[in-house]
Design a protein around this ligand. Structure first.
Ligand code: PMV
Length: 320
């Protein structure tokens, strides 16, 4: 009873920030994301009746700290009376550093857990289960451009466009490889309870989603760039105005944004987005990729560059 799944992280262009239900991990707002192709997490789940306890290995090292969250994910997918599990996770990029590793990890873990238990669930069921573990993970059950919306007491996922019909590129400028100082759940709650801008953030999100949806539909890069940067900066403004202030950026984060501005001024089709960490993701058209990669690699404070195209949905790769 073993299954292995692969999932890629996704990057939100219109961000999820804030929860409307902590218990069920339901987001306060909808979001639109792109799933990446070149970064991935592979998770295998082996259910074994001879095991006395669950175990988790991440990138070759036992990780007791992250085990409880994975256990809750498996309990939710398979049921609390399940056999104990050996969980092995491998990522080809830094984890817990604002690179959406929890999205790919929980999407892969959900698919692997369902596979190991022999459950045949719909992709929507899997997405809702993954979303319970990590809000953004629900979107990695889909490839290309995906919209997550709230509906009643659950979430709905809708593919907006596949990864082939608008093959944008993403350059990730890593400015710090250590783990982030505040987890996203805690940071979202601080924002919700203390930021004077949180109410406007909620109010404006449907309008931003609508603009981005139309831009994706029409492949209007300039319109998508403008709304994605605005939405990202608005999310960070909500955090900066919180008490205590939540600032995920460092000096190199700012320098990367300036690099992107310079590229835009030179006529390149590129925009930035930043999540709950100091890394800058630059989204560009394929013909601008080399210039964007080169300019970000040469930006002071960038310690590593990763690049990616748009990729496919989480999937089972082995089941026995
Ligand atoms: O899914 P979480 O709890 O890791 O939260 C993700 C939050 C952001 O990455 C900042 C935005 C998003 O929509 O992915």
């Amino acid at each position: 009873m073993k299954a292995t799944a692969i999932a890629q992280p996704n990057i939100a262009l219109i961000k999820y920030w804030g929860k409307r239900d902590i218990e069920r991990n339901l987001p306060a707002v909808g979001s639109i994301s792109i799933t990446l192709s070149d970064l991935f997490t592979q998770v295998s789940v082996e259910l074994d009746e001879n095991l006395r306890a669950d175990s988790l290995t991440i990138n070759g090292a036992i990780d007791a700290g992250r085990l409880p969250r994975l256990q809750r994910c498996l309990d939710h997918v398979i049921g609390e009376q399940r056999m104990r599990a050996r969980i092995i996770s491998q990522s080809n990029f830094p984890i817990a550093a604002g690179l959406a590793s929890s999205a790919s990890a929980f999407a892969a873990a959900t698919v692997a857990a369902a596979g190991a238990a022999g459950l045949s669930l719909t992709v929507d069921d899997l997405a809702r289960m993954a979303g319970r573990a990590s809000g953004s993970a629900a979107r990695s059950l889909f490839g290309g451009f995906t919209e997550l919306s709230n509906s009643g007491d659950t979430i709905n996922l809708k593919p907006l466009r596949d990864q082939y019909s608008w093959p944008l590129k993403v350059v990730v400028a890593i400015t710090e490889t250590g783990p982030k100082h505040t987890g996203s759940t805690e940071a979202m709650e601080i924002s919700r309870t203390t930021s004077p801008f949180y109410g406007s953030w909620l109010e404006q999100q449907d309008g931003d989603l609508q603009v981005a949806r139309v831009a994706v539909e029409k492949q209007d890069f300039a319109a998508l760039a403008a709304i994605a940067e605005h939405n990202c900066l608005k999310m960070h403004s909500v955090m900066w105005a919180s008490r205590p202030a939540i600032v995920f950026w460092n000096a190199a984060t700012m320098r990367c944004m300036q690099t992107v501005r310079r590229l835009q001024d030179a006529g390149h089709n590129v925009f930035f987005t930043i999540d709950a960490g100091p890394q800058v993701k630059a989204v560009c058209m394929p013909e601008d990729f080399d210039a964007v990669r080169e300019a970000l690699a040469a930006t002071e404070g960038v310690v590593e560059i990763m690049s990616s195209g748009l990729g496919s949905a989480a999937r089972l790769v082995a089941n026995s």
